[in-house]
Design a protein around this ligand. Structure first.
Ligand code: SF4
Length: 380
């Protein structure tokens, strides 16, 4: 017998449930209640209603490969463990040959998306970025190239002595298919000043998004949480994204990203808990009524939390990834190889009680023969 909503939600969350049932948009105060209430179960229950209303049990994943082409960066963001620094990662810059070799490493995996981001490396010429995309398309014809956050787009335009729109046009001509999230972390002038003041600010980030939308590029959105941001700033970030989506309609998915302090200038901060991770997913699902998809990125919040997140609003579990230089594998500072096999991914979703659906980058379903069953426990 289903439990009455009042029992789960209590007086605090019932008004939000009523708004959702009437199809009303949630406001800032609702967001603050969801972001701060002790009743996380109730928040998850509400987010799950919205998730199941849109997608039922379906849970999307993509066969992708990440390539982080350089870790040399002149932005020195305080939350970042990726860029090369003394006592940290050694600097690298991939040649086109190395990119080709990285792609060939997984050539027998039927990958449909290549996701490329890197540091802001002023030594790279304009042509490098176009050649990067052309190399991917040459080795893997037909693959979807999702590449370059807004901060990279601004840098590419700078070295090319052109406008953001001009750079985007050239990248599209070379084969760019969409823009990833990232580049802004949290739309807050305070956090921008304190953590990533050398990077573009919120308004500049929005201008890149508008230019991408104008040229017909789809884009993904993110929110890096669990550092110095306040609950108010999280809710405000989501509302700003929602307003931008009202204007452009070009965002496909929202991915909350769990902050990893190890190796950053914020090492003293406790990392987000599973409670924080699940709440960020649920809050995103409930506030972003004009986003079709909410993704739980297992690399950042672990496989077990992603399994729970599929009941807290997430309908997407990202992909196989292969190698990811931005954060370290848990408990292994120095190991940047993080991957799930196709069988692991399907088993992760099934054992969470959901139905796996392979998708392409634009959420078209891909039907393939059933994978063989694999036993748990899963790799993390
Ligand atoms: S987050 Fe990006 S821009 Fe900032 S330091 Fe790291 S690589 Fe550079």
């Amino acid at each position: 017998m289903a439990m009455a909503p009042e029992r789960i939600l209590g007086d605090e969350l019932m008004p939000i449930y009523e708004k959702l049932t009437r199809g009303e948009r949630l406001g800032f105060e609702d967001g603050m209640t969801l972001a701060t209430t002790k009743n996380l179960t109730g928040v998850g229950w509400l987010a799950n209603l919205e998730r199941e209303r849109r997608h039922g049990d379906r849970t999307f994943y993509v066969r992708n490969q990440h390539i982080n082409y350089t870790n040399i960066c002149n932005k020195f963001c305080k939350f970042c463990s990726f860029y090369a620094k003394k006592g940290g990662p050694e600097p690298y810059e991939m040649s086109l040959e190395q990119v080709r070799e990285r792609l060939m490493r997984y050539i027998h995996t039927p990958i449909t998306e290549v996701h490329m981001v890197g540091g802001i490396n002023p030594r790279l010429p304009y042509s490098y970025y176009m050649d990067l995309i052309r190399t991917v398309k040459e080795v893997r014809p037909g693959v979807h190239v999702k590449a370059f956050t807004a901060v990279e787009i601004v840098e590419i335009a700078r070295v090319g002595k052109t406008t953001v729109e001009g750079a985007l046009r050239d990248l599209i001509e070379a084969g760019l298919d969409s823009l990833p999230g990232g580049g802004i972390e949290i739309l807050s002038d305070r956090v921008h000043r304190e953590l990533f003041g050398r990077k573009l600010n919120g308004e500049e980030w929005k201008e890149v998004a508008r230019a991408a939308a104008k040229l017909g590029l789809r884009q993904y959105a993110t929110m890096l949480y669990g550092h110095i941001e306040t609950p108010e700033e999280r809710v405000d970030h989501l509302i700003q994204l929602r307003e931008l989506q009202d204007e452009t309609g070009h965002f496909l998915t929202m991915t909350p990203l769990s902050f990893h302090p190890e190796g950053t200038e914020l090492e003293q901060i406790d990392p987000p808990t599973a409670d924080d991770d699940l709440r960020a997913i649920a809050l995103s699902r409930l506030m972003l009524d004009n986003f079709d998809h909410i993704k739980s990125f297992w690399i950042m919040n672990t496989v077990p939390v992603t399994q729970a997140a599929l009941w807290y609003g997430a309908d997407d579990a990202d992909g196989l990834v292969q190698e990811y230089e931005i954060t370290y594998a848990e408990g292994d500072f120095g190991n940047r190889s993080q991957r799930l096999t196709y069988e692991n991914m399907v088993a992760m979703i099934r054992s969470a009680g959901r139905v796996p659906v392979e998708r392409d980058s634009l959420y078209h379903e891909i039907v393939r023969p059933e994978p063989k069953r694999v036993p748990l426990p899963l790799a993390t």
